[in-house]
Ligand binder design. Structure first.
Ligand code: SF4
Length: 115
């Protein structure tokens, strides 16, 4: 017997949040590093991208998507690829309502950094 409730929803629903992203009309180069980028210039670019994410209305959905799909590159949901790797290592979760708690994830990164 087929379990239709386990099938993903329509693709348009899965991606709909991206249409409301604060980065929508911005240069994607701000969020994804060019080949060979390192050090200070990478840090500057990531900080600027994260500033955009701070005010994004779909930040929680974006962060949840990137963590769930283990998105390997770029700044998503206000988290760099290195920060997401740390969160994946340390563990992250959604609430019972299916929401992701951005402040809790940020606090977790601070805690992990301090150790
Ligand atoms: S959280 Fe950042 S990367 Fe995600 S949609 Fe918003 S602005 Fe774009």
């Amino acid at each position: 017997m087929a379990h239709f409730h386990r099938l993903p929803g329509p693709i348009a629903d899965i991606w709909a949040w991206q249409h409301r992203g604060a980065c929508r009309d911005r240069d994607s180069g701000q969020f994804f590093h060019p080949d060979g980028e390192r050090g200070a210039s990478r840090g500057r670019r990531e900080r600027e991208a994260k500033k955009v994410c701070q005010h994004c209305p779909v930040r929680a959905q974006c962060a949840a998507y990137a963590l769930a799909t283990r998105e390997p590159y770029g700044v998503w949901g206000g988290f760099t690829e290195h920060e997401r790797l740390r969160l994946l290592r340390e563990g992250w979760s959604v609430s019972s309502s299916g929401e992701i708690d951005i402040r809790r994830l940020e606090a977790r990164l601070t805690t992990v950094t301090a150790q």
